[in-house]
Ligand binder design. Sequence first.
Ligand SMILES: NC(=O)c1ccc[n+]([C@@H]2O[C@H](COP(=O)([O-])OP(=O)(O)OC[C@H]3O[C@@H](n4cnc5c(N)ncnc54)[C@H](OP(=O)(O)O)[C@@H]3O)[C@@H](O)[C@H]2O)c1
Length: 212
Amino acid sequence: MKVGVLGSGDVAKVLAGGFLKHGHEVMMGTRSPEKLADWATQNPTGRVGSFADAAEFADLVVLAVKGGAAADAVRAAGEVNLTGKCVIDATNPIADTAPTNGVLKFFTNLEESLMERLQREFQSVRFVKAFNSVGSIHMVNPQFKGGKPTMFICGNDEGAKKVVAGVMDQFGWETADMGKAEAARAIEPLCMLWCIPGFLRNEWSHAFKLLT
Ligand SMILES: NC(=O)c1ccc[n+]([C@@H]2O[C@H](COP(=O)([O-])OP(=O)(O)OC[C@H]3O[C@@H](n4cnc5c(N)ncnc54)[C@H](OP(=O)(O)O)[C@@H]3O)[C@@H](O)[C@H]2O)c1
């Protein structure tokens, strides 16, 4: 696939590297291409452009920007360039205030997730929540003693979720489909839970697994 990765941070770089590793074509999108100069040197087959360039290039898009800037980034990418496309939403709605006893603060609430806000504003885009509940270093083919971890996903479009489940297979994850966009109200806070051992005990090497 042609994959457009919107973002220039750790998540964007790790996922872009994962897609290249698995044989996809990748263009990263950013407001500041100079931030990705080192990435471009290390990944000569990858491309760098604006948010709109990456969105237009892509069959599949990854949204990996600061949560508070997610809507602005999608606007800059241009809904016209994203219409009908699957957008993997890796963002979390983390507020700018400090965590309390290791618990992050969100700017959303339990009746409205960030992905629902995006889906409501950009109705022609097929958003799928994924990759938000684990640290970036574990996103691509993670190795845990406990076996393959579970990625919780959700979104309104069944076809888009099938595409994302295929990505999860390649990236070494089991997929647990939690249903429609509203399930992001539960999946986004997994980020809070995932981060607590990190903030309290500097433990960042874990992932979730759904046992049945
Ligand atoms: N770090 C992790 O391990 C991890 C794990 C799971 C999920 N997440 C989530 O993944 C997302 C990315 O995290 P990150 O740590 O890689 O990066 P980050 O520091 O949260 O975000 C950096 C990105 O946000 C963009 N951005 C910031 N302000 C913007 C604005 N006003 N308009 C448009 N874009 C703006 C930047 O765009 P430019 O490139 O144009 O500067 C940059 O690409 C976040 O939502 C985070 O919560 C992070």
